[in-house]
Design a protein around this ligand. Structure first.
Ligand code: TTP
Ligand code: MG
Ligand code: MG
Length: 454
């Protein structure tokens, strides 16, 4: 049914209906077939292939799906000891509730809200289902977080019988129907603008930013729209009188670099819509890590070690699933005053074993247990490669060889009976204080993509 529509959509005059996917040959405001107002028209529709997809109010949407009585009510997901909002549904957002807001403030803004504790296992499962549907569109999927990913849909038109824009519209419909939550999608020629576009018309949004309009579109936006410009850096820029992207567009590269170093180069390029980062599927990921935030801040090896062990196992499981290994082990700590310490050590050869990740992390951790109280601990590996050369038996000493074999056996049992069936000495019955207050953070960044290459 769709194949017949594929060719004519390449006419820039034509649009399509997001609801019935019918091609629109005329210029009417509503769909010629179903009357829907959700018409997409764009002169570069057939040229653009970099997409960003992000689920709408993800945790809240999953809870509403599972309890239809919540559908028209303001719902906040969050709580735990730190008492912050993980997310709020769009009804609660109208009243001013936002992610990361202290719960008491959120309830001041929206006293009638229904507060639900996060069910991380469920969200991870649903996130994976959405991701699996993305992989059915193209292998070029770069997951960014639990609810979002970049996709490069170049060269998929033959497979789908539809151009990328229509593939995305059909995908959004399929997620609604099959999973029961909504997503927003953005389409552009680069990642920077695809991500901005997906955020533009949330929820159930679809936006396109083409090459022709990129510079003028960006000119009207605040500098905070640029990746890497957070609160602190935007204050630095504000002190220099720079608030809009239009101002950056008028500045020379040398001037920006002179003032802000490498960040100046990023400002120069992104303000002009220049971003040549490719969509990097999972195997090109820069690192695989897991981290957790504690209920109460902790300082001693006794408290930290069981958490490190559990996180190392998690990282190892992820590496094994993705057939990856990493050569550099990275330890991350966040102290009570929110200062982040990262320490890393390069190994002789890449590893995917929980045991090697753990013991390297342990060495690094010992040097940091100087009485400082920590609120977060993370461990990961970078310098990734496929696992062909990982943990060569002749380089791994006898003891770790035995452990490697044991790990294989544990993995097999866990595959069969679930994670909790097998606990190691370090995690069993320990780590209560180190349990995450917000289970979402327990997942940590599944795959991190630093922006150094911008
Ligand atoms: P987001 O995609 O940033 O937010 P969202 O999906 O809730 O809402 P939308 O995309 O429509 O703006 O984050 C995805 C999930 O990650 C979110 O549902 C809950 C979790 N999360 C937190 O736990 N804490 C946070 O501060 C943020 C921003 C998200
Ligand atoms: Mg989202
Ligand atoms: Mg997101």
């Amino acid at each position: 049914m769709f194949a017949a529509m594929a060719a004519p959509v390449n006419d820039p005059e034509h649009g399509f209906c997001r609801d019935c996917l019918t091609l629109q040959r005329g210029r009417t405001m509503r769909c010629e077939r179903c009357g829907s107002p959700r018409i997409v028209r764009h002169p570069e529709l057939h040229k653009l292939h970099i997409a960003h997809i992000d689920c709408d109010a993800f945790y809240a949407a999953v809870e509403k799906r599972d309890n239809p009585a919540l559908r028209d009510k303001p719902v906040i997901i969050g709580g735990g000891k730190r008492g912050v909002v993980s997310t709020a549904c769009y009804i609660a957002r109208i009243q001013g509730v936002r992610s990361a807001m202290p719960m008491f403030k959120a309830l001041e803004a929206c006293p009638e809200a229904i507060v639900i504790k996060p069910d991380m296992e469920k969200y991870v499962r649903v996130g994976r289902e959405v991701r699996a549907m993305m992989f059915a569109l193209t292998p070029q999927v770069e997951p960014i977080s639990i609810d979002e990913a970049f996709l490069d849909l170049a060269g998929t038109e033959k497979l789908h019988g539809l151009p990328p824009a229509m593939v995305l519209a059909r995908f959004s419909q399929a997620v609604e129907k099959e999973i029961g939550i909504t997503v927003s999608a953005g389409l552009s020629y680069c990642k920077f603008l695809a991500k901005i576009a997906s955020d533009f018309r949330k929820p159930r949004g679809f936006a396109i930013i083409g090459k022709e309009e990129a510079v003028s579109f960006l000119a009207d936006q605040p500098v905070t729209m640029i990746w890497g410009v957070g609160k602190a850096f935007s204050e630095v820029l504000a002190r220099d009188g720079i608030r809009t992207i239009a101002q950056l567009q008028k500045m020379e590269r040398s001037d920006l670099m002179g003032r802000y170093g490498v960040m100046g180069d990023r400002l120069y390029r992104l303000s002009r819509g220049q971003d040549d980062r490719r969509v990097e599927p999972d195997h090109d990921a820069k690192s695989v890590s897991a981290e957790t935030t504690f209920d109460t801040d902790i300082a001693t090896m006794d408290d930290l070690v069981p958490v490190l062990r559990a996180l190392s196992e998690k990282v190892s499981t992820r590496l094994k699933k993705a057939n990856l290994a990493g050569r550099t082990v990275v330890l991350k700590l966040k102290s009570q005053d929110f200062k982040i310490r990262t320490r890393n050590r390069q190994l002789g050869d890449p590893t995917r074993l929980a045991d090697r990740i753990f013991s390297t992390g342990l060495d690094l951790l010992r040097k940091e247990t100087d009485g400082t109280k920590y609120r977060l601990l993370g461990i990961g590996v970078s310098d990734l490669s496929d696992d062909g050369k990982a943990d060569p038996p002749d380089l791994v000493d006898m003891q770790s060889r035995k452990r490697a074999l044991a790990e294989g056996a544990i993995d097999a049992l866990r595959d069969k009976f679930g994670r909790k069936a097998v606990e190691t000495g370090y995690t069993f019955g320990k780590g209560h204080r180190g349990r995450p207050s917000r289970p979402d953070e327990d997942e940590g960044p599944e795959v991190q993509h630093p922006w150094e290459r911008i």
